[in-house]
Design a binder for this molecule. Structure first.
Ligand code: NAD
Length: 356
């Protein structure tokens, strides 16, 4: 190759092959019908990232390393998120987790991390106006998602109205979280659809949740045992207030209706008071030793929660530090997912079919 194109043909070809494969797998995955294991997808992505690190010229806007999610289905209307929804960077080794924390601490004075479970479901965005649920959407490409409001209204744990017994509902509140199916409910559902021959059983709870949520007919979704846990805040305008955007108010003001979000853990307390479904397993850690202890606890007790997890998410707790750390095109620099090694497949091989 000539001087203007320093990338050997072989590497360039491998790059486009990987990009094409990853796009294809991503599409299948978000349609609820993956054909490879997540760990395999992750290792293809890691190979692509290594190539782009070596040859930054290969980084284009439509590279899988720069994009979130998958195309929008024509079955749903498009919804623009008020605040972009991102993916998460991955760590597969404790070393990588440490490197992430060192980089963050080199830039800002991190005093606390929030550790929580990485639930294996699908990301959903909820918008509340004056305490009423007005819109729900899938993550889509992070900027635009699919309007699944009617389907989400069938999920019992998601309040139609925010609870105002502690404080008035904000003018505007956008939250995001994971919609998922508990393992027990997933098995019961599969038994039921096997009996009724409704369609082929689902391969795992994640596919069951994705398939159930992205139904054209909300009456079908209503028969599916879905639930949700909230893990993030998007746009926010307090009840009486002028502040807008998540945690943009740096004040600690907690006058009636004029409350600012200051940290992930403080936001969770407020969201909980408004009746939103939260995890009871998150933990604030003040040292990386505590973070690592949380990671190893759940590595050994992976099946203690009623739902499937594929890792741990660690977030810098303080919102002003989150803002200072910012994001790359696809992932926040203030959070990371520590992914557990895939488990041995224990399902019987007679029935590996994936439903929608
Ligand atoms: P991701 O799933 O690795 O991480 C981001 C997502 O984690 C967020 O969107 C959010 O929905 C979720 N999440 C769960 N718990 C959370 C918490 N407590 N806090 C914050 N977020 C939480 O990234 P992704 O971009 O959604 O998807 C990429 C992953 O999906 C890959 O790493 C791969 O494992 C899998 N995938 C698999 C295939 C396949 O063919 N098997 C294809 C595409 C993607």
């Amino acid at each position: 190759s000539d001087q203007k194109s320093p990338v050997p043909d072989e590497d360039r070809a491998r790059h486009s092959e990987l990009a094409r494969e990853l796009d294809d797998h991503s599409y299948r995955y978000y349609m609820g019908r993956p054909i490879i294991a997540d760990a395999e997808y992750d290792s293809l992505m890691a190979e692509l990232e290594r190539l782009e690190e070596r040859y930054p010229i290969l980084i284009t806007q439509d590279s899988p390393t720069q994009k979130v999610g998958a195309p929008i289905s024509v079955d749903f209307a498009e919804v623009e998120h008020l605040v972009r929804m991102e993916s998460l960077g991955n760590a597969f080794e404790v070393d990588e987790l440490n490197t992430w924390a060192d980089r963050a601490s080199a830039e800002v004075p991190v005093e606390a991390y929030l550790c929580e479970l990485k639930i294996d479901g699908l990301a959903v965005d909820l918008v509340y106006e004056h305490g009423r649920l007005v819109r729900a959407a899938t993550r889509g490409d992070g900027r635009v998602g699919e309007d699944i409001t009617l389907n989400v209204r069938t999920i019992g744990t998601i309040p139609e109205r925010l609870d105002e017994s502690v404080r008035p509902a904000p003018e505007l509140l956008e939250v995001r979280g994971e919609v998922f199916m508990k393992v027990e409910d997933f098995h019961a559902l599969n038994d039921r659809i096997t009996e009724t021959k409704e369609h082929t059983p689902f391969a795992n709870p994640r596919n069951a949740a994705a398939g159930s949520l992205r139904q054209k007919d909300p009456r079908v979704t209503a028969t599916r045992p879905l639930t949700m846990i909230v893990h993030g805040v998007g746009a926010y305008t307090p009840a009486g207030g002028t502040a807008s955007g998540r945690g943009s108010g740096d004040s600690e003001a907690d006058r009636e209706g004029d409350v600012a979000f200051t940290s992930q853990s403080q936001a969770y307390r407020l969201l909980g008071e408004w009746g939103l479904p939260l995890s009871d397993r998150y933990q604030v850690a003040t040292t990386m030793d505590e973070v690592r202890a949380y990671v190893s606890y759940y590595a050994e007790h992976r099946h203690e929660p009623a739902y499937e997890i594929d890792g741990i998410v660690v977030k810098v707790d303080d919102f002003s530090l989150q803002r200072r750390l910012g994001s790359t095109s696809r992932i926040p620099r203030w959070a990371i997912a520590y992914k557990y090694a895939p488990e041995e497949v224990t399902t019987t091989l007679t029935d590996i079919k994936v439903g929608v």
